[in-house]
Design a protein around this ligand. Sequence first.
Ligand code: GLY
Ligand code: MN
Length: 457
Amino acid sequence: MFSKDTYIARREGLKKSVGSGLLLFLGNDEVGRNFEDNYYRYRQDSSFLYYFGQPYAGLNAVIDIDNNREIIFGDELSIDHIVWMGTQPTLHEKAHGVGIDTTLPSADLRKYLDAARAAGQRIHTLPTYRPEHQLKLWRLLDILPGTDTPSVDFIRAIVNQRNYKSAEEVEEIERACNVTADMHIEAIRCTRPGMKEYEVVARLEEVAAANDCTLSFGTIATINGQTLHNPCHSNTIGPEDMLLVDAGAETPMGYSGDMSSTVCAGKKFTPRQKMVYDIQVASHRAAVEMLRPGVKFLDCYEKSAEVICQGMKDLGIMKGDPVEAVKAGAHAMFFPCGLGHMMGLDDHDMENLGEVYVGYDGKPKSTQFGRKSLRLARELEPGFVLTIEPGVYFIPELIDYWGAEGRFKEFINYDELNKWRDFGGIRNEEDYLITPDGARMLGKKIPLTTEEVEAMR
Ligand code: GLY
Ligand code: MN
């Protein structure tokens, strides 16, 4: 944890920003996987971590701005719990560690909220992303599950703090990025034809565990890189396959790294693979070169998409003006996802609070296929931490779907495209901090080009 002053200052900033009412923070509970005592790995809610630091289940908190009170609600461990799971700091110690003097039993939270409602106080809540949160709101506020209305003022105030990473946060994120880079370097070094994807997963996840880290999201390691979030690890890696790895470490404090790499199964990429790989790298670099305060991330996305379209045109797969193709949305045949996302306590930072607030500053998102998947579009500011991860994907089902409709025939040469339909997909991903005059890559460098990958094989 950071020092208690960090948490005190964050809560002070939040109180000032929201101004009035009562802020309700629901901590996360343990969740049984297949029976109650067989939990998923516990993860505290990230906003709870940000303001209250404590990574323990069974806590909720209130910042009562109107009455200037901060309270953590929880219960001391029972002897049964201690026998089963060991001890923890007392509730008072947990609260004291983050500069809070008042603790109350969990059962008192409902009474506290009843009194606040009776006094006409506004109770600000956040969007729910776990059924347990909806059930808690139902029990605490008499709101039927799924009918809560999150407070936009509360969301915006949190986003306006968490989007700007402090120096101590950047240090922690960089630690996650360094471990993440080592995970990728291990995967790039160890991948061989004949291995199962899961054997590579075992090797790279060992790196996280050996550095006292967990995973910031479920590892992707697939020879079917055209599936953007492929969770399957059971394929055998063939001699001419590429393995797309997207994996990240999470530090014990909850900060994330998130990188991707694409490695050839053999010692060298095939000439065809290299042609597409070079396009992906050019697109990646074009976006990185634009990173600085004042630039809209949407423009970085447009630029990276244009570079992909130009590359596809050079291969004879696309035709026409790349800028017009991107405007129309034809690039989404190859790049149907975003360019990157904010990163911090979550891999996709604050996605639970709403992409529109985090990545769009409250402005509406496009509904166009491809462009609608852009998680970040707003003007960049110093302190933002984000990923850069354009990809080039050949998705047979999408080729057939659009092809049958003749969609974007003026930009896509379907006869030529069909010759590439089984190519797969390529993505490389790095993490950046926006600085006052540009951007700084976070963590050790991982191979980006075919030459850099081959040098490690
Ligand atoms: N690394 C997974 C993602 O960005 O979606
Ligand atoms: Mn990512």
